[in-house]
Design a protein around this ligand. Structure first.
Ligand code: PEP
Length: 251
């Protein structure tokens, strides 16, 4: 079963209008000259969504946000609803990133509620899961990610509206990458869990991205693994050349 590779850039809390316009334009231009073997997505901070949307105009690069609230609107100072993201031109929203699970104490139940609201608003969701180093060292990588997938997956998830991102916490922003074999083991396990929870047919078609210090030098070997269907890229997505080199490695 061939799944279309998705390469998504998570800009995190980086970027001001000027530099981000240039970065988005470079990515848009470079994507035009690549064969469409991969879907390309950039997820800037909220303040840059409109700017980046404009800079991407006419290209096939999609726009995503990094989080949303679970409610449609109301008294939630500082929050942004999925309907606002849709209105701003977003296609995707990343949910349950480990930085949000840690910094904002987000539980899988909250991630699930946010994801269900995002799907209702017409967004696609990228649900992040992954174990800490301590959990891996205790042999719990599979059980921890399994529980996060089961508890975070929204009702109504399909292969076209939901993507899973396996991001071992110890590999995010650290320069340490999971070996392709270790990553593949977890990805295959996640696919098994999806088959139990949804159906074999949905699990076979749902994309599972790897995230955690993916860069031009290690992208090929990771993307060559059978159950790795793309990447969620943090640091390396802030340089157009690095990001596009990763996109060019898509199967
Ligand atoms: C991420 O933030 O999702 C991520 C994978 O970051 P990095 O590529 O910098 O490890």
């Amino acid at each position: 079963m061939s799944r279309k590779v998705l390469i998504a850039g998570n800009w995190k809390m980086n970027g001001l209008i000027k530099g981000s316009q240039a970065l988005a334009k470079e990515i848009a231009l470079a994507t035009k000259s690549l064969k469409p073997q991969a879907e390309v997505l950039v997820c800037p901070p909220f303040t840059l969504l409109t700017t980046v949307k404009k800079a991407l105009r006419g290209s096939r690069v999609m726009l995503g946000a990094q989080d949303c609230h679970m409610e449609e609107k109301g008294a939630h100072t500082g929050d942004v609803s999925p309907y606002m993201l849709k209105d701003a031109g977003c296609d995707y929203v990343i949910l349950g990133h480990s930085e949000r699970r840690t910094d904002h104490k987000e539980s899988s139940a909250l991630v699930k509620a946010k994801a269900e609201s995002a799907l209702k608003a017409g967004l696609k969701v990228i649900i992040c899961v992954g174990e800490t180093l301590d959990e891996r060292n205790k042999g719990k990588a599979l059980s921890v990610t399994e529980k996060q997938v089961k508890d975070s997956l929204p009702d109504g998830a399909t292969a076209s509206n939901t993507v899973i991102a396996y991001e071992p916490v110890w590999a995010i922003g650290t320069g340490k990458t999971a070996t392709p074999q270790d990553a593949q083991e977890v990805h295959a396990h996640i696919r098994k869990v999806l088959a139990q929870k949804l159906s074999k047919s949905v699990a076979t078609r749902m994309r599972i991205l790897y995230g955690g210090s993916m860069k031009p030098q290690n992208a090929s070997e990771l993307l060559n693994e059978e159950d790795i269907d793309g990447g969620l890229i943090g640091g390396a997505s802030l340089k157009a050349e690095d990001f596009m080199t990763i996109v060019s490695k898509a199967k």
